[in-house]
Unconditional design. Structure first.
Length: 317
């Protein structure tokens, strides 16, 4: 379900074809190898990233300064390495989620707070399910899909149409209850999903810049998208939060209430109050399980200083 007019094969740049070929190869390896081996390789890919090409290292360290001002630089370096390793493993799990073992892992996940989800859906107004890029968040969508809970996910189309289709198919291939809406379709499409009593999955941990509402997150101002609050006002849908945890080979999904107050009038103040409450509920999850949050987003803007690593620090942490 890709958005926009598909490109003819001859119009697709070589670099896009190369990127797509790499994705196919990684998916092939992830599915061909036993799960414990492919996940071990995923962790080693994370190690390689830490040692040689640390993706957005500067942003990660800056974000850690905001969240953990009390931690030493050495502690943050150690945590950064753990984050690369964790998401290397999560990437491999996502690519191989159709494997029998991973399907079993998803369906046998420990579910906490399911009653909040069922109660909210029972009202017939849909559920705005807010989430961070935390744990194996892709498995939450797969669990909802495999459990027959009609869900709509919001995605931002990728520049590479081949990669865009690749990831869409991965997300839609776990059942018939998952729908995907492009950000280009806008609020009307999101409202329609809620009117049809869908679970609408919304990631809330990205900087919305000038389009967002300014609120504190970990006592530092940032800009968060207004959509969650606007949708609650327009549809009356309940806002819930979800936090997926992956520990020692076991998967656990936590559903929890976020904000059940009505929004009497829609303005910057009420939007800000709602989104501040939403974001505040996620702070304890990041503090308790820091290696499972994707620290790479420029949530608080660009770093205001340069973070350096010595060879000794790279090897030690």
């Amino acid at each position: 379900m890709s958005s926009g007019k598909p490109l003819e094969k001859k119009d697709i740049p070589f670099k896009y074809k190369l990127e797509y070929s790499v994705l196919l190869f990684v998916r092939f390896l992830a599915n061909a190898l036993p799960a414990h081996i492919s996940e071990w390789i995923g962790r080693r890919i994370g190690d390689l990233s830490w040692y040689f090409f640390p993706y957005r290292f500067q942003v990660m360290m800056y974000n850690m300064d905001v969240v953990f001002p009390e931690k030493s630089y050495e502690e943050k370096l150690h945590l950064a390495h753990q984050v690369y390793r964790f998401f290397g493993e999560m990437a491999v799990q996502f690519f191989s989620q159709n494997k029998k073992k991973n399907k079993k892992r998803i369906l046998s996940a420990e579910i906490r707070g399911r009653e909040y989800l069922d109660k909210a859906l029972g009202k017939g107004k849909g559920v705005i399910l807010t989430a961070l890029h935390f744990g194996n968040w892709e498995y939450v969508a797969s669990w909802l899909n495999m459990s027959g809970i009609t869900t709509t996910g919001i995605y931002k189309p990728m520049k590479n149409p081949l990669s865009d289709d690749f990831f869409l198919k991965l997300r839609l291939d776990m059942g018939d209850a998952m729908h995907m809406i492009s950000t280009r379709q806008g609020m009307k499409a999101y409202e329609k999903a809620l009117e049809n009593n869908h679970v609408l999955a919304v990631a809330v941990d990205q900087n919305a810049h000038e389009k967002g509402v300014k609120i504190p997150f970990f006592n530092r101002m940032t800009s968060i998208a207004k959509g969650t609050a606007v949708l609650k006002f327009r549809t009356g849908a309940e806002i819930l939060g979800v936090a997926p945890l992956y520990q020692k080979g076991k998967f656990c999904i936590h559903f929890f209430p976020v904000n059940d107050e009505s929004i009497p009038v829609l303005n910057e103040e009420t939007i800000g109050r709602t989104m501040k409450t939403v974001m505040k509920t996620f702070e304890p999850w990041i503090v308790k399980y820091p290696r499972q949050w994707m620290w790479f987003h420029k949530l608080w803007g660009k770093p205001d200083k340069v973070y350096k690593r010595t060879v000794k620090e790279i090897l030690r942490y």
